[in-house]
Design a protein around this ligand. Structure first.
Ligand code: NAI
Length: 355
């Protein structure tokens, strides 16, 4: 553990607090990053991952927690932003996994509701059932345990609404029939999105590093498959990154051959200036923090706010309106859509602070 890097990262961060626990028995670093509680309890998932160094886990947690502040604010939810990272020496299974989750749940509970957790990379509904044994500040438990289950289908529905709104903005119609859409990553979110797009008549092109998975889905939907390495540069109307973050950067943006980018992946831009690079190329970027809010909307609506599925679906459709507002502001203020989304977040937080 590099104490100097920890200190540097925390000093540069604009969030509220980080709770750190080192679980000696399992050599696991538990980091709960509370970026903002201005709009409500800091909410965001628990990422379990193997990192070369604990400070890399902290870097990830700080960045992802800040992203959740933006996502939750833009989704109009009464929630702040947070994220937790369990930096494990190897992905645990069985009793060891349970032990880690129970001790992690005690840490979440000790924060008294400042942070509300959920699933993220490498954590599942079953894990949240275990976490719920020691704290009530958890969403995304399995349906059998009284939770609302996986958030991925709702995330896909939200991306679909966003994609239609972006199409309306660029092509003058939200009708996706005949539009060529490349989906990079057909996992939990990308596969559901692919089905929704197929139903809407889109011409689908799929890419995934898991060749078996992409071949099976393509056969089912009659879609084309391209190698994962060429997903970004495949000519299309819409590119939908649904794999991992950082895919839109100084190197990749010049190679894109699409008119619209709208996908689920978190933190798609390598750096904020990449939004300007996309705008300069005439590519309409639907900011990920607006488009991928469906998952947290699903969890918060059904589990925290006690709403029914009809109200949740209405909130999911709201993603299209928020995106429309973002496009209008970008044009009116001559800024990128990424910058417009940031301004919308800042205004929502300022209004809440003013009170
Ligand atoms: P997942 O792990 O189920 O699926 C990701 C898929 O991308 C996998 O099939 C994987 O093989 C593939 N992949 C990985 N690297 C690739 C590459 N270089 N090229 C092509 N394919 C690649 O994850 P999930 O849940 O579908 O999430 C996808 C993205 O959406 C992630 O960035 C996640 O953080 C984000 N997201 C997910 C939410 C959810 O509710 N599941 C909510 C908000 C964001």
């Amino acid at each position: 553990m590099r104490a100097d890097v920890f200190a540097e990262l925390l000093r540069a961060w604009d969030g509220e607090e980080v709770a750190v626990r080192f679980d000696r028995a399992t050599e696991t670093w538990m980091l709960v990053c509370v970026h903002s509680t201005v709009l409500g309890p800091a909410s965001g998932g628990t990422r379990m991952k193997v990192y070369a160094e604990p400070h890399e886990a902290l870097r990830d947690g700080l960045r992802l927690a800040a992203a959740m502040t933006s996502t939750n604010a833009l989704a109009g939810l009464p929630l702040g932003g947070g994220k937790a990272v369990l930096a494990v020496p190897e992905i645990p299974t069985g009793e060891r996994r349970r032990e880690i989750l129970l001790r992690y749940a005690e840490l979440v509970d000790a924060l008294g509701g400042t942070y509300v957790t959920a699933c993220d990379m490498n954590t599942t509904e079953r894990d949240m059932d275990v976490v719920a044994e020691r704290t009530r500040h958890v969403m995304g438990r399995s349906v059998e345990a009284g939770g609302s289950g996986s958030s991925a289908p709702a995330t896909a529905v939200g991306v679909f609404h966003g994609l239609r709104a972006a199409a309306a903005h660029v092509f003058g119609t939200e009708d996706l029939s005949g539009r060529r859409v490349v989906i990079q990553g057909v996992g939990a979110v990308g596969s559901v999105l692919a089905r929704l797009l197929a139903e809407a008549g889109a011409e689908l092109v799929l890419a995934d590093v898991d060749e078996g998975r992409v071949a099976a889905l393509a056969a089912e939907l009659g879609a084309e498959v391209v190698p994962a390495a060429s997903a970004l540069s495949t000519p299309c109307d819409v590119l939908s990154p649904c794999a991992s973050g950082g895919v839109l950067n100084r190197e990749t943006i010049p190679t894109l051959r699409c008119r619209v980018v709208a996908g689920a992946a978190n933190n798609q831009l390598g750096e904020p200036e990449d939004a300007d690079r996309l705008a300069e190329r005439g590519i309409c970027y639907a900011p990920d923090h607006v488009v991928n809010a469906g998952g947290i909307i699903h969890l918060a609506s059904l589990e925290l706010l006690g709403e029914d599925e009809a109200r949740r679906d209405e909130r999911l459709r709201g993603i299209a309106e928020t995106l429309g507002e973002c496009f209008r502001r970008a044009e009116a203020e001559r800024i990128s859509t990424g910058a417009a989304a940031e301004r919308m977040v800042a205004e929502r937080l300022a209004a809440a602070r003013a009170g």
